[in-house]
Write a new protein. Structure first.
Length: 83
């Protein structure tokens, strides 16, 4: 799987797993991959326009272990969202 296919898979996985949830915020975090983070954020916003997408750097611990180019999508599940 190439880089673009893996980024598309991240977006598709988010869309499938968040379907029907009342989650209104998604975090896209990266390690020296701002263009990829912007692409993923735009695709998430395109497919789920009601969510707020936040782009940020991944933390130093995860970044050190995963390396340059790491990209992750974080969101809370239905059972984790406070009423």
């Amino acid at each position: 799987m190439g880089r673009k296919a893996s980024l598309k898979a991240l977006v598709d996985d988010y869309v499938i797993k968040s379907k029907g949830w009342k989650n209104d915020e998604v975090w896209v975090q990266h390690g020296s991959a701002p263009e990829d983070a912007e692409w993923v954020a735009a695709k998430i916003k395109e497919k789920t326009p009601d969510v707020n997408v936040v782009i940020d750097f991944i933390g130093p611990i995860i970044g050190t272990h995963c390396g340059k180019g790491i990209l992750a999508v974080f969101f809370l599940g239905e059972d984790k969202i406070k009423p």
